[in-house]
Design a binder for this molecule. Structure first.
Ligand code: MN
Length: 689
């Protein structure tokens, strides 16, 4: 583990072993071989690893335990003779770390690497040997953990430390998972260290590892680490909190409330498990700072576990019917998951005797992910192995925030920029996914704009971005993106193009901010006038930009086509009345429809307006170039369409707009006509006027 491994004083008992290099090498080689070939019965794991095997089997009944057996034997024989500061044999440490991970449901590869995580750093075992015996993947993870441990943690909140650590993980969160479990075991056994050293390690844990645990969604590790740090760094508050918890132990109203919830759900015929979850110490402390004097129901929460997603909303319905809900406390993290994959419904209900109890409702699968985060998602390289239905969201080895961070950290000009960027990224608590018009997706923080998407997709080439289409509609670069939007970015090939200073007002991601700031510094005179301002009104109509073709069975209601499923004729559609009286139209198969129906929202019938008119007016938006008009009219003529009139407006910011009124032999030919016009070089948008 880092602190011990890099600091000779940390594990004094272990170091003399390592100093006697010659003898140690021979002994360990011999022991290692003996252990691997030796008489240990193959059909039974040694007792020491029995707990790990049991915990692993509980989550993965079909797991192959023989590889764990081999890893254990190598780790045990190579660490033999080394002691922890506590006086225990060193092997107890990798075993404890592995048990923590096994209990959280980590897969076999992670557990194998975890058993071996200190061998390359602290024993004669080499990385090549690990690779040869356990494969590239285990070798890669062990190498990552070894690199992380070589980084000096001496200077607690140093941005450089954190940067190096993230880079050392090689993008693989399994390395971080092992690092977190390693730190948890070391924090649990920190009592044997001198107080100054305890405080130093606790501070790094607070500044670096707890935020990481939070981001990776490993709630179980995060809460325990928080309490351990709290006890070391704030002993008086810790003691006061402990006393508070002890004092209310006899008069806890939550078990009674849980009973009433149980009977309400039983009467409603909903199969659910209802638990009382005590808050951890830091949580009690935080609540007491927020609410002043604590009441009995503040010391824990009610947790309701169900089988299916839809059951969550059914439970919510019953709770809100049979108790008095505190509406301001309701949060739907199922429909809008947090950045770290966490999903649950949160609410609070008031009981007849005046208590307010917080209630969390989730499925058992959501619970597993809430507790163990990325660790619960299984082997990230095995396709289809992870959480049901989460395929499109979860690449646990490379969560969006980590990928972004690893990308921009290289271009951060100084540690201060890195640190402020990092804090900003960590403060984002939700992530959105937008679709690239050319295929693929971009993960961005909530609130990101087209400018952020441009830099995420094109890097420095985004300096030449002059416009964007969102869901087919031309929009300003400063427009905020929503989850599920499709974004197409329009780049100028004119090398003199560059960002305007106002782009910084719209850039939310650190990557975009660093790139824009760098460009502006190199171009103190600013961009050429053709490329600014980013917020210039760009008004173009697209056939899909609005609800024009859909008619709702509600007189005078404004109709809006939902961005999530972009319905077009002749899709079967359903509408919902949203705030302000407008009707949002979704395809009937859209997830949002199921979700809103589950919430009891009624649908409004919607039909498509018949389009029989053969005379249409189309607007083509293009980059100005010679022969554009000729090429466009030729494309129109080739479709057998007659031009009734044409207007060409003078170019604005390199863009020109042509408006054509056309006579089509058959309205059905319109999509093909528009496609043909869009295919003309330079044309980036064609829409109905
Ligand atoms: Mn360790």
């Amino acid at each position: 583990m880092s602190a011990e491994a890099t600091n000779p004083e940390a594990r004094p008992e272990a170091r003399p072993e390592l100093r006697r290099r010659g003898r140690t090498r021979i002994d360990l080689r011999r022991l290692g071989r003996a252990a691997l070939l030796g008489p240990a019965p193959r059909d039974r794991l040694p007792d020491a690893i029995g707990h790990v095997a049991e915990a692993h089997r509980a989550h993965h009944p079909d797991a192959d335990l023989s590889v764990l057996h081999r890893a254990y034997l190598l780790a045990e024989s190579s660490h033999r003779g080394q002691m922890r500061k506590s006086g225990e044999p060193y092997i107890t440490h990798p075993l404890a770390v592995t048990l923590i991970l096994a209990e959280l449901g980590a897969e076999t590869t992670t557990l194998t690497a975890s058993l071996l995580h200190d061998t390359v750093e602290d024993t004669e075992v080499t990385l090549d040997q690990v690779r040869a015996e356990f494969g590239e993947e285990v070798g890669f993870i062990v190498d990552g953990v070894t690199k992380v441990e070589k980084i000096d943690y001496g200077a607690a909140a140093e941005p450089e430390t954190f940067r190096k650590m993230l880079v050392a993980t090689g993008n693989d969160v399994r390395v971080m998972s092992i690092k977190l479990a390693d730190r948890l075991h070391n924090m649990r056994t920190l009592g044997v260290m001198r107080p100054e050293k305890q405080a130093r390690i606790a501070k790094v844990t607070r500044d670096v590892l707890i935020p990481l645990a939070e981001r990776l969604g490993v709630q179980a590790l995060k809460t325990e680490l928080e309490d351990l740090v709290f006890a070391i760094l704030h002993p008086e508050e810790y003691e006061r909190t402990r006393a508070l918890i002890a004092a209310q132990a006899g008069s806890d109203p939550l078990p009674g409330i849980a009973d009433s919830v149980r009977s309400v759900l039983r009467d409603a015929g909903i199969a659910a498990e209802v638990q009382v979850r005590p808050r951890h110490f830091v949580s009690v402390h935080r609540v007491s700072l927020k609410r002043g004097e604590l009441r009995g129901s503040d010391f824990g929460r009610i947790l309701v576990l169900v089988g299916e997603n839809a059951d969550c909303y059914a439970v919510l319905g019953e709770l809100h019917t049979c108790f008095t809900p505190v509406v301001s406390e309701f949060k739907d993290f199922i429909a809008a998951p947090k950045f770290n994959l966490y999903q649950s419904l949160h609410t609070a209900v008031a009981t007849p005797d005046g208590y307010v109890a917080e209630v969390i409702v989730r499925t058992r699968q959501m619970h597993r992910v809430a507790e163990a985060g990325v660790i619960a998602l299984g082997n990230p390289y095995a396709t289809g192995d992870h959480a049901d239905g989460d395929e499109e969201r979860a690449d646990p080895t490379r969560p969006g925030w980590l990928a972004r961070l690893l990308d921009w950290q290289r271009s951060a000009p100084d540690p201060d920029t890195f640190w402020s960027g990092l804090r900003a990224e960590l403060a984002q608590d939700r992530e959105i996914t937008v679709f690239r018009a050319d295929g693929g997706t971009l993960g961005l923080p909530a609130g990101a704009t087209c400018i952020d998407a441009a830099y995420a997709q094109y890097g420095e080439a985004a300096h030449g971005c002059i416009g964007a289409r969102v869901n087919g509609r031309l929009t300003s670069l400063g427009s905020r993106l929503s989850d599920g939007d499709t974004v197409q970015l329009l780049l100028s090939h004119d090398s003199s193009s560059g960002p305007g200073a106002d782009w910084l007002d719209h850039a939310r991601t650190t990557a975009a901010r660093i790139a824009i700031t760098g460009w502006l510094r190199q171009h103190p005179d600013g961009a050429t006038p053709t490329t600014t301002p980013a917020r210039a009104p760009l008004s173009v109509v697209g056939a899909r930009g609005g609800g024009g073709n859909a008619v709702a069975d509600l007189p005078d209601a404004t109709v809006r086509l939902a961005g999530c499923c972009t319905p077009v004729p002749p899709d079967a559609v359903a509408g919902f009345v949203v705030r302000g009286g407008a009707v949002t139209v979704h395809r009937v198969g859209c997830e949002a429809v199921a979700r809103m129906r589950a919430l009891g929202r009624t649908t409004v019938a919607v039909h498509w307006r018949a389009t029989a008119d053969c005379r249409v007016t189309l607007v083509a938006e293009s980059f100005g170039r010679p022969h554009l008009l000729a090429d466009l009219t030729e494309a129109i003529a080739r479709q057998g369409v007659e031009v009734v009139s044409a207007t060409v407006e003078p170019p604005v910011e390199q863009r020109v707009r042509h408006t054509y009124t056309l006579l089509l032999p058959d309205a059905a030919g319109l999509p093909a006509l528009m496609r043909a016009m869009r295919n003309v070089p330079g044309v980036y948008d064609v829409g109905r006027a």
